[in-house]
Design a protein around this ligand. Sequence first.
Ligand code: SF4
Length: 354
Amino acid sequence: MSLAFPVPVKHAIVAPPMVEEVLSPDERTALKTRIKALMKQQDAVLVAHYYTHADLQDLAEETGGCVSDSLEMARFAHAHPAKTLIVAGVKFMGETSKILNPEKRVLMPDLGADCSLDLACPADEFAAFCDAHPDRLSVVYANTSAAVKARADWVVTSGIAVKIVKYLHRQGHKLLWAPDRHLGAYVQRITGADMLLWQGSCVVHEAFKAEGLKKLRAEHPAAAVLVHPESPAAVIAQADVVGSTTQLIEAVKTLPNTEFIVATDNGIFHKMRAAAPGKILLEAPTAGEGATCQSCAHCPWMAMNGLKNLAHVLETGDNEIHIDEAIRAKARLSIQRMLDFAAAEKAGRIQLGD
Ligand code: SF4
């Protein structure tokens, strides 16, 4: 299907209502015991994102799985020998695990756990965007469907986006970027690359308010401000550290400050508290004058993951991820470019300098 517009439209994505699992201590213990037995029987490992419920993060660690960002989740799943991968996160994370591990069974607690960035970038519209600009390489954020990844030249995560775009820019490439407009604009500011930006946004990060943050910083002058680059530019401009979830956790551990203002999903506080006990963590403001947040610092799609639906998929085999093989194979190439780049850069085979 060919669409006529050369520049992407902004899709209005409405987040679902927040429904997070609430369990009594007895229910939690019983569910975890049941899930652990099922995981053992089925040779399953759990990979959970930092934004999921603390119960899932704890269970992943107690059972030899991993709690991480989307890049590390995919890497871990790829390296792990388990026959079944359970991905607690949002749909594109399950798809990425399946793309990298076609021989494994990939299950998710809730297949309705989507992402406003993925939803804002339908594959046919993205293909039309690429077709309208054949002189540009396409770079897409990991928060996209398998079909969009299949059409892209490169996939990046927030932890490696600046490095890859800098590398491509130095090679003289002009770029198309999708779907997060704030992360794209941030990468563009840092690298100076020629980028056309898709107009998607994250419902959680877009809601952080620059004015409210300014006031909170004035009340806590010793606090370091940590910001995820999916946030608006006026919020990023006030940051001491801008980075991926893993980089923000590292900052809480290593910076000498005792107080931190954190502009990302508050699910990350569980890991931050464990990494740096005793440090004070404050949520960056999403409310206040002109507030329109649909999420208020917590992703309603991430909140769909819980122990009850995790037990259910292990008992029934429901919610398995399937991807058309032609799409999977193409998407694998653009993800593999990122993984190869990360390995080469780590090994010192790619020097980016400042
Ligand atoms: S926090 Fe934002 S980017 Fe992450 S899954 Fe939710 S909507 Fe998508």
